[in-house]
Write a protein that binds this ligand. Structure first.
Ligand code: 5AD
Ligand code: SF4
Length: 495
C-alpha cells in the first residue's frame, strides 16, 4: 500500500477513534484525559508531539498529572540501560495503582519496544499494559488507538522496518514558537556500542518538498525557530529519487519566510561536508552552533567504535568550522569506559577536550547493549574504573565550558525568549549559540526575539539586561562581537 493511501486510511481511523473515545467517556463518566511522557532524545520528543496531536484530535484532553490520566503512554528510549530501567520502574508504580483505574489504557511505544526481549517481558510481567507499538508503527497510531479503545484483548504492533513515514498526521507542539522537524529516520552507521540502528532501522530521508511544506506551515503558525532532526543529518538525501544534500536542504529552509533561526542535530564527523561549513558561514538564519559528537579522543578506540574518522580528522574539522564561523559554539557527546579503554586512551579523550575547547558536552558511561558488537568484546571496563573516569571527564568538560561560556560577557545578543523564570520579573531564553540567558521580562515576551546585553556570566548561563534601540549590526557569527555603544565609544577613545 502506498504512503498516501495509508495516510488517508489513518485519517479514517482517527474518525473512528473519535467515536470510540465518546463511548470510552460514557464508560468513565467523564471526558477522557491522556498523559504522554517522553524518555530520551529530541526525535522521541517530536514523535510525542505527533502522539499528543492524534490523542487531542480523537477527543482526549491533555493532563500533566499522570495519576488522573485515563490513558498513559510512555514513549520509551533504550540507548542506555538506565533508560530501560527507568521505564520498568515507572511501570511498576503504575501497576501498583491500577486498582484505582480499572478502565485505564496503558501504552508503550518508542525504541525499547523494538527490542524483542523487552516486548516478551511486557507480555509476561506487565499484564496491565494493553497497547504496545514500535517506532515503525507511529504512522498507524490512529488505528492502534481505535483498537485499544474497542478491543478487549491487548494490542501489540511491532514492524521491523519503516514502510510508511508518519506524514500529514495532526501534531500538538509543546512550544508555539519553535519546533523540531524530522528530515530523516533511522541510522546506517552501526557504531559498535549503539543500539539505534537496530531499533530505528535503516536510514530513510523525507522528500525535500514534504519537509519544506511542513516548515512553511509551521512558519504560518507562528514558529520562528526550526530544529532539523535526524540521527546523522549530514548524510541526508541518500536514496531519494532526485539527488539532494543536507547543505542544499538547509539553504532552502533558510529561504522560508517567517523562520528566523535554523538549527540541526545530529552531525556525524565522517560526513560533515565543506558545503555545509560554507552554508553555516553564509546563511544568516543558520545558528552558530554545531553539535558534533566525538565519542573518544583515542584513535584506537574510534576504530573499535567503527566511527570512520580519527582524532586528526576531527581536529581538522574544528579548525575549518572555526575559520568559517569564528564565534561558533561547539558541543559534543563523549563515552567513557568503552570496552578496552586504557588509562592512555582516556588521557587522549581528556587532551582532546582541552585542545578543542567545547562549549558543552553530553557525557556518558558506556552501557552494554545486547545485540551490538561491543557487548561481545572481552575486555569490558570494570564499573568502578568507568565511574572514576566519568568524574574526571565531567571536571574537564565543566572547566572548559565555563571558560568558553564567559567569552560572550559584555556582548549584545538576540535572545529568543522561551519561558518565564521562577524568579519573578525574569524570563529565560537562548542566544543563537544556544546559551541560556535570564533577563528581565514577562510572559508577553515568550516567543519574541529581544535584544540584550550579557552582563553577568554564571558558568554555563548568563544574566542579561535588555537593550532598547540597539545600533549594533555585527552578526553573531563574527568573533568581532558587537559591543554596546558606550563600550564602543570607550574603546575608540582608547585607540
Ligand atoms: N553507551 C553509552 N553511551 C551511548 N551512546 C549511544 N550508545 C551508547 C551506549 N551504548 C551515546 C553516544 C551518542 C549519544 C546519543 O548517546 O554518545 O552520541
Ligand atoms: Fe548510534 Fe552511531 Fe547512528 Fe549515532 S551515528 S545513532 S551513535 S549508530
Amino acid at each position: 500500500m502506498v504512503a498516501k493511501e495509508m495516510t488517508e486510511r489513518q485519517m479514517e481511523y482517527l474518525e473512528k477513534a473519535r467515536e470510540a473515545a465518546v463511548a470510552f467517556a460514557e464508560r468513565l463518566g467523564h471526558a477522557p484525559k491522556s498523559y504522554v511522557e517522553t524518555f530520551g532524545c529530541q526525535m522521541n520528543a517530536r514523535d510525542s508531539e505527533k502522539l499528543r496531536g492524534i490523542l487531542l484530535s480523537a477527543g482526549f484532553t491533555d493532563t500533566e498529572e499522570e495519576s488522573e490520566a485515563d490513558l498513559v503512554l510512555y514513549n520509551t528510549c533504550t540507548v542506555r540501560d538506565n533508560a530501560d530501567q527507568h521505564v520498568y520502574g515507572r511501570l511498576g508504580r503504575l501497576g501498583g495503582n491500577r486498582k484505582n483505574h480499572p478502565e485505564r489504557i496503558v501504552g508503550l511505544c518508542g525504541c525499547l519496544m523494538q527490542e524483542p526481549h523487552a516486548v516478551e517481558k511486557i507480555k509476561k510481567s506487565y499484564p496491565f499494559v494493553n497497547l504496545v507499538f514500535g517506532t515503525h508503527n507511529l504512522y498507524a497510531f490512529p488505528e492502534l488507538l481505535f483498537r485499544a479503545l474497542t478491543e478487549p484483548k491487548r494490542v501489540f504492533a511491532i514492524e521491523t522496518k519503516t514502510t510508511v513515514l508518519p506524514e500529514s498526521l495532526p501534531v500538538a507542539r509543546k512550544h508555539g514558537f519553535k519546533s523540531g522537524v524530522n528530515i530523516m529516520y533511522g541510522c546506517d552507521n552501526f557504531c559498535t556500542y549503539c543500539i539505534v540502528p537496530y531499533v530505528r532501522g535503516r536510514e530513510v530521508s523525507r522528500e525535500p518538498e514534504d519537509i519544506l511544506a511542513e516548515i512553511e506551515h509551521l512558519a504560518a503558525d507562528g514558529v520562528k525557530e526550526i530544529m532539523l532532526l535526524g540521527q546523522n543529518v549530514n548524510s541526508y538525501g541518500k536514496g531519494l529519487a532526485l539527488p539532494a544534500t543536507f547543505a542544499g536542504l538547509l539553504r532552502r529552509v533558510c529561504r522560508v519566510e517567517g523562520i528566523e533561526r535554523v538549527r540541526f542535530m545530529t552531525s556525524h564527523p565522517k560526513d560533515l561536508s565543506d558545503d555545509l561549513i560554507i552554508a553555516m558561514a553564509e546563511e544568516e538564519k543558520l545558528c552558530p552552533h554545531l553539535h558534533l559528537p566525538v565519542q573518544s579522543g583515542s584513535d584506537r578506540l574510534l576504530k573499535k567504535m567503527n566511527r570512520h574518522y580519527d582524532r586528526a580528522h576531527y581536529l581538522g574539522l574544528v579548525e575549518k568550522i572555526r575559520a568559517a564561523v569564528p564565534a561558533i559554539s561547539l558541543t559534543t557527546d563523549i563515552i567513557v569506559g568503552f570496552p578496552g579503554e586504557t588509562e592512555e586512551d582516556f588521557g587522549d579523550t581528556l587532551s582532546l577536550i582541552r585542545e578543542v575547547g567545547f562549549d558543552s558536552a553530553f557525557t556518558f558511561i558506556y552501557s552494554k547493549r545486547t545485540g551490538t558488537p561491543a557487548a561481545g568484546y572481552p575486555d569490558q571496563v570494570p564499573d568502578e574504573v568507568a565511574h572514576a573516569r566519568f568524574d574526571r571527564l565531567l571536571e574537564a568538560v565543566k572547566a572548559g565550558a565555563e571558560e568558553r561560556c564567559g567569552r560572550f560577557a559584555g556582548q549584545e545578543m538576540d535572545i529568543l525568549v522561551e519561558e518565564e523564570n521562577r524568579q519573578q520579573g525574569y524570563v529565560t531564553g537562548r542566544t543563537p549559540h544556544n546559551i541560556v540567558v535570564h533577563l528581565p521580562g514577562s510572559k508577553e515576551d515568550i516567543g519574541q526575539i529581544v535584544r540584550a546585553r550579557l552582563t553577568d556570566p554564571r558558568g554555563f548561563y548568563y544574566f542579561a539586561e535588555r537593550v532598547m534601540n540597539s545600533k549594533c549590526t555585527v552578526d553573531s557569527k563574527s568573533i568581532a562581537f558587537c559591543h554596546s555603544e558606550e563600550q564602543r565609544d570607550e574603546e575608540s577613545r582608547q585607540l
